[in-house]
Design a binder for this molecule. Structure first.
Ligand code: C2E
Ligand code: MG
Ligand code: MG
Ligand code: MG
Length: 278
């Protein structure tokens, strides 16, 4: 129902409810048309090694350019895409755009892996791996330049099926990251079951590094866990030099965030690569 949509926290009265329903319907209409009109595009956000700011990869982040030219961020349409069953189609589109990006980067002699986000609900789909394999073949990209970031979905996750899918994806030669680690499903109870190469520390912990001891401890714990269990660990949402230094002190090797770069266009990504080359 409506309450599942992010941003719709409470509804004050019936007139508001009606407005919300109408808004949601027209947005869903627009979203359906967006596929045909090819209104989705991706930006690439660099991931760097914290010791020297060298590029280690990119994350592909979807954007929706509507007919009126305005650009919508994923937080404002992914919940709707999920609730309306369009998320699989969307992630499929993003995978294709990501493959194109990898080809473009390779053509510019850049061989950094590009990750894309996938909802855990989609991974539970039995045809997911077959579809993934087909698209990788179709675009003729080397799977080692692709990486999957599994994000929490609103659907109740079935860990065994997700874990089985992740295992299959890694068998294709791709790395797997657990996104937004420390929040939601990616809890301690399940981490030993999930097959992955990397844990991404959620931005909320990085943001509150200074203000809360508890968040400090959570980061220490994730880094410790990563070390013990053999995961790489990357911190999301690094915005300040101070946060970077704190993360380095804690032994965090990788980071991503506005301090290094915002999500970039392909050409900006090529430029970034030449400045932050391996
Ligand atoms: P995420 O995968 O955790 O991606 C990181 C988000 O944090 C991105 O927001 C990025 O622009 C933002 N970010 C990165 N560095 C900083 C920083 O230093 N400060 C701040 N304040 N923000 C930073 P974006 O692009 O709006 O994406 C939001 C979320 O939407 C993503 O979170 C991801 O869960 C989801 N998403 C994005 N693209 C896709 C997609 O193609 N498919 C699916 N299923 N989800 C996607
Ligand atoms: Mg992500
Ligand atoms: Mg993330
Ligand atoms: Mg996040």
């Amino acid at each position: 129902g409506l309450s599942r949509l992010k941003g719709v926290h409470y509804i004050e009265n019936n007139a508001d409810l009606e407005k919300q329903v109408v808004y949601r319907h027209s947005m869903l209409d627009d979203l359906r048309k967006a596929f045909l009109q090819q209104q989705f595009f991706i930006l690439l956000q660099p991931k760097v090694r914290l010791t020297d700011d060298r590029l280690v990869g990119f994350e592909s982040l979807v954007r929706w350019r509507k007919t009126d030219g305005s650009v919508v961020a994923p937080g404002d349409f992914i919940p709707l895409a999920e609730a309306s069953g369009l998320i699989g189609k969307l992630d499929n589109q993003v995978l294709r755009l990501t493959c194109e990006a990898v080809k473009y980067l390779n053509a510019h002699d850049i061989y950094a892996p590009v990750s894309f986000n996938a909802c855990s609900s989609e991974l539970m789909n039995s045809s997911y791996i077959m579809n993934l394999t087909q698209i990788i073949r179709e675009y003729d990209v080397d799977p080692r330049y692709l990486e999957l970031e599994v994000t929490e979905s609103q659907a109740a996750p079935e860990y065994q099926r997700i874990s089985g899918a992740l295992e299959g994806i890694m068998a294709l030669g791709m790395d797997v990251s657990i996104d937004d680690f420390g929040t939601g499903y990616s809890s301690l109870a399940h981490i030993t079951d999930l097959k992955a190469t990397t844990l991404k520390i959620d931005r909320t912990f990085v943001t509150r590094l200074n203000t809360s001891h508890e968040h400090n401890y959570v980061i220490d714990m994730i880094l410790d866990l990563g070390n013990q269990l053999g995961f790489k660990v990357i911190a999301e949402g690094v915005e300040t030099e101070e946060q970077k230094q704190q993360l380095l002190q804690k032994g965090c090797q990788y980071g991503q965030g506005y301090l290094f770069a915002k999500p970039l266009t392909l050409d900006e990504a090529v430029l970034f690569s030449s400045v932050h080359a391996k």
